[in-house]
Design a protein around this ligand. Structure first.
Ligand code: BES
Ligand code: MN
Ligand code: ZN
Length: 489
């Protein structure tokens, strides 16, 4: 890992030449010393090097070949992943600077220079992260390398590169918080951290405390979080640019369960491990706000992070409780492990009432069912508005954070009605339970507000190394939400 990666100028960088599979020859119009030309040309002919996506090969003393795979299947996603592999290669070489000849070999109609630069910046930045902040005296993590400086000749590519690295920084900030264990990251810590980050980023931050939430009738947040010694709260962040686009108010809501033991509907032990990641939706929203502020996106954006810890205690909520939510809807608690929807319900209703948003998107590790349905290949998306859905799908295409639509019909909503209160938080059967979650949430969103619910339970972390991610949180949603915000300008 490098201490940091930046775009700049450097005296004797390693030259990185990107090559498509099967291609031969050097790109035209690129200045290369005779030595480099020979080294790169010879390396290209090395038996076994094919130019497959992400394949790297050292060429001479100061060159590296980077495979881009087949031209036909090449996308920004290919390049993002390849850039992750390139970073690892430069890491192994203990490089301090690299000159990237990448845009020069990609046809403009395949990927424009800025998009290519951004993909490379994201891939390098995302892969330049690890969980080492809890290393102790027995750590065997190699020390971080120095700074890596990237150079390139095309201005648009360089611009994209810088933007991609910046975005990755915001994603990595979200990942750091997500990776912070629940003995440190509890609702109070989350509020403190949000305050600190907001201040540095120029966002406003207000925290609705437990006492205030009680006064305001936020029955979901109050009941779910009550059993923890770190009391729940609702964190509100605002990005208010000087001249925001009129008539656009985006609300982002992120499930911030700092730990989900299941409560009295206790999880089995195998199902509990890893529930420190149940705040990853909130982390993604926080990261997106940092990126939105840094990029000075000219729209008004409000983020709501209901933060709570779902625990067992003498005063914890229990199955059979009937609670009243912020918007007056009564809920029969059938399962204390269906807690995310309860804290989100309050936050969604609060957003609709106070912000009157023109679009609202919530991001949550809501159900194990979505992992069964879509695995870690895609988030589940529910959306009541075709335009907003199109926007999110277009953004996902840009960032490579996949979403797949699931249905939400009136039948699903009717299924959530309870005999003893307005609705229950979970049906007696687990049939379609990601949809049950979404159907529950729909009772807390005003009908005329375009709304999307993203269930990220399967995509918010990875268990094995990928070119861009190490095992741990992925920050899924940070770039996606930022891109959606940008599309509203
Ligand atoms: N936080 C979990 C969902 C989850 C499960 C996220 C696995 C990541 C991996 C959520 O609060 C939960 O417990 N959901 C229940 C819902 C059920 C009680 C209707 C589930 O998925 O089993
Ligand atoms: Mn749960
Ligand atoms: Zn949960």
């Amino acid at each position: 890992m490098f201490k940091s990666i930046r775009v700049g100028t450097a005296r004797s960088p390693i030259t990185v030449l990107a090559v498509f599979a099967g291609s031969t020859g050097l790109p035209r119009g690129v200045e290369l010393s005779a030595t480099l030309k020979d080294a790169l040309g010879a390396a290209r002919k090395t038996p076994g090097f094919n130019g497959d996506a992400g394949e790297t090969l050292v060429a001479g003393d100061a060159g590296v070949l980077l495979g881009l795979g087949d031209r036909e299947s090449f996308t920004a996603d290919t390049l993002r992943a390849a850039a992750g592999s390139l970073r690892a290669q430069l890491d192994r070489m203990d490089a301090n600077a690299a000159r990237l000849i990448i845009a020069e070999v990609i046809p403009a109609k395949t990927l424009d220079d800025e998009t290519a630069g951004r993909a490379v910046g994201e891939g390098m930045g995302l892969s330049n992260w690890r969980v080492d902040f809890f290393d102790g005296t027995a750590s065997n993590t190699p020390p971080a390398r120095g700074r890596l400086t990237l150079t390139a000749s095309k201005p648009a590519f360089k611009r994209g590169l810088g933007a991609g690295l910046d975005l990755a920084d915001s994603v990595n900030e979200a990942r750091r918080i997500a990776a912070t264990p629940p003995n440190i990251c509890n609702p109070a810590w989350m509020a403190k951290e949000a305050r600190r980050l907001a201040k540095n980023a120029g966002l406003t931050c207000r925290v609705i405390t437990y006492a205030e939430a009680q006064r305001q009738g936020m029955g979901g947040i109050v009941n779910v979080g009550r059993g923890s010694s770190s009391k729940p709260c609702l964190i509100v962040l605002e990005h208010k640019p000087a001249r925001p686009r009129r008539g656009v108010r985006l609300a982002l809501v992120g499930k911030t369960m700092t730990y989900d033991s299941g409560g009295y509907s206790l999880k089995i032990s195998g199902g509990m491990k890893g529930m420190k990641y149940d705040g990853n939706g909130g982390c993604a929203v926080l990261g997106a706000m940092l990126a939105i502020a840094k990029r000075k996106v000219p729209i008004h954006v409000t983020a709501l992070l209901p933060a709570a810890e779902n625990m067992v205690a003498g005063d914890a909520y229990r199955p059979d409780d009937i609670i009243t939510m912020y918007n007056g809807v009564s809920v029969e608690v059938t399962n204390t492990d269906a807690e995310g929807r309860l804290i989100l319900g309050d936050a969604l209703a609060y957003a609709c009432k106070k912000i009157k948003p023109t679009a609202i998107i919530d991001v949550a590790t809501l159900t194990g069912g979505v992992v069964v349905a879509l695995g870690s290949w895609s988030a589940g998306m529910f959306c009541n508005d075709d335009k907003l859905r199109g926007r999110i799908e277009a953004a996902a295409n840009v960032t490579g954070e996949r979403v797949w639509r699931l249905p939400l019909w009136d039948d699903h909503r009717e299924f959530m009605r309870s005999k003893h209160a307005d609705i229950w938080n979970s049906g007696p059967k687990r049939d379609g339970h990601p949809i049950q979650g979404a159907a529950f949430l729909s009772f807390f969103v005003d009908e005329d507000v375009p709304w999307a619910h993203l269930d990220i339970a399967g995509v918010s972390k990875v268990d094995a190394d990928t070119p861009t991610f190490v095992p741990g949180p992925t920050g899924f949603g940070v770039r996606l939400l930022t891109e959606v915000a940008e599309s509203l300008t």
